[in-house]
Design a protein around this ligand. Structure first.
Ligand code: HEC
Ligand code: HEC
Length: 413
């Protein structure tokens, strides 16, 4: 499993490094604040182009929100919000916001950022020396974002990427053999370049590619091809890869709906945000097969939760899980296992590096949806009422499916 990029490196460095010069171009130094405000700052307010903030924020903190059409109001509001440093204008927080950048800033955004910085810096330097402005008292006008910090955080690109990693990239092992350009030469010849939508070892570039080729549909997220194809709800060259209501379906939809809400700016209140996940989950390359299932259960949805023997007792939280439909006729069920651990636990950090269930003694709790209720409500979780039975197993558990780990179906409870 490749190491995952889970956050965008944020560098706040000297001006020169991001193409912003510390010295100001000719006319700025002595010009009066009002002229600078009108000539340089107000055009940013009128600009329809994305501001430099969009490099890291999907929304909520556009630079335009920090500018009021009246100079004195802008000044007083920024000052009272702690965004202007009167003693040391170049250290003003608003300038620090503008100076933030990633290591991969595009040329166009670099120019936008340099223009924003020069404008604000020239104006703040002049404004900090302007007695009229310094005396301004703020009326009711507020400036900047009204959004609570939790929302600003949720709308940040590194958080969105994290969610892509947790919900989709963590299961990408189900797709790589056919959709990663280092493995699918034959399929590309047959179907065209668009089958290569995965960018190896690069979740950020993969997300960008999915959006670019429109297999993530932000107008109608649950109609996205990245979901419908592997669900088998539209024809898919690879056949069905997961089942409606299973964990992968839930996770894919969780990301797609959240992503659409972020880019469409639908979130206004913290309560609208999806609850944070309680566990970290990563697909392993270990297969589990359950044989001798009763005939009556064919085609039913089955989930197994796997608990590890910890010397005294079974683990309090599951170490792994897998779900799938039971095969027709064959009385067997099989799938790849996802390793799981509570968020922030030592085990979670380990499985992010290497998702693997070590050999040893386990308890499998087997849940079966005998009434098909999951098809009607894909968000439902099978619970104690659906527990079919429990079975212990032990020993080596190599990766790969030849052979899988094979266990016998538990007796019905
Ligand atoms: C290189 C990435 C990056 C860019 C570009 C960026 N920010 Fe941020 N922003 C962050 C991060 C990361 C945080 C989280 C808080 C922190 O680490 O300080 C944040 C937090 C914030 C917050 C939350 C409150 C606070 O004080 O931390 C505001 C407001 C904000 N940014 C405004 C802006 C504005 C306005 C711009 C554009 C002028 C901008 N940011 C550009 C990365 C960025
Ligand atoms: C065994 C091979 C195979 C596997 C595994 C596979 N697919 Fe595919 N997939 C294909 C083939 C072949 C096509 C091209 C024909 C088609 O569009 O159905 C395709 C097409 C697609 C497309 C349409 C791409 C486009 O822009 O036209 C999407 C989206 C997709 N698959 C998603 C997935 C996801 C998500 C997974 C993993 C959960 C997956 N596939 C696993 C074989 C596979």
């Amino acid at each position: 499993m490749p190491r995952l990029l889970t956050s965008i490196p944020v560098a706040v460095v000297a001006f020169a490094a991001c193409g912003i010069s510390a010295t100001l171009a000719g006319d700025a130094t002595d010009a009066d604040a009002n002229a600078l405000f009108h000539r340089r700052v107000l055009p940013i307010l009128a600009s329809k182009n994305p501001s430099s903030c969009t490099e890291c924020h999907f929304g909520g903190v556009e630079i335009q929100a920090y500018i009021h059409k009246d100079q004195a109001t802008t000044f007083a509001a920024l000052r009272d919000a702690g965004l202007i440093n009167l003693k040391s204008p170049d250290d003003s927080k608003i300038l620090q916001f503008i100076r933030r950048h990633t290591d991969t800033t595009s040329d166009s955004l670099r120019k936008v950022r340099a223009a924003e910085h020069e404008a604000f810096q020239a104006w703040i330097r002049a404004a900090a020396r302007d007695p009229g402005l310094l005396a301004t008292q703020l009326g009711k006008t507020k400036i900047g974002t009204e959004l609570p910090v939790e929302l600003i955080r949720h709308l940040r690109r590194d958080h969105v990427l994290n969610s892509f990693v947790e919900n989709i990239w963590s299961q990408i092992g189900r797709c790589v053999n056919c959709h990663s350009p280092d493995r699918n030469e034959r399929l590309v010849k047959e179907h065209g370049e668009q089958v290569s939508w995965i960018r190896p070892n690069d979740p950020a570039a993969t997300l960008a590619q999915c959006v670019e080729q429109y297999i993530i549909d932000t107008d109608d997220p649950e109609e996205s091809l990245i979901l419908l194809k592997p669900l088998g709800e539209v024809a898919h060259g690879g056949g069905p890869k997961f089942a409606p209501g299973d964990q992968t379906d839930k996770n894919f939809r969780r990301f797609l709906n959240d992503y659409a809400a972020v880019v469409n700016r639908s979130y206004q209140r913290v309560e609208q945000l999806p609850p944070p996940p309680g566990e970290v989950a990563r697909l392993t390359a270990q297969h589990l097969r359950i044989v001798d299932l009763p005939q009556e259960l064919e085609k039913c949805f089955l989930r197994v939760d796997i608990f590890r023997w910890e010397g005294q007792d079974w683990s309090a939280t599951r170490w792994g899980t897998a779900d799938n439909l039971i095969a027709a006729d064959k009385q067997l069920w099989q799938n790849l296992v996802t390793a799981t651990a509570p968020v922030d636990s030592p085990r979670a950090a380990k499985l992010e590096q290497e998702p693997l269930l070590p050999s040893g003694r386990y308890l499998a709790k087997v849940y079966v949806d005998r009434t098909g209720k999951l098809q009607n409500d894909r968000d439902l979780e099978l619970g104690e009422d659906d527990l079919w039975g429990e079975v212990e197993f032990d020993g080596e558990w190599p990766v790969g499916y030849q052979p899988p780990k094979i266990i016998h179906a538990p007796r019905k409870r």
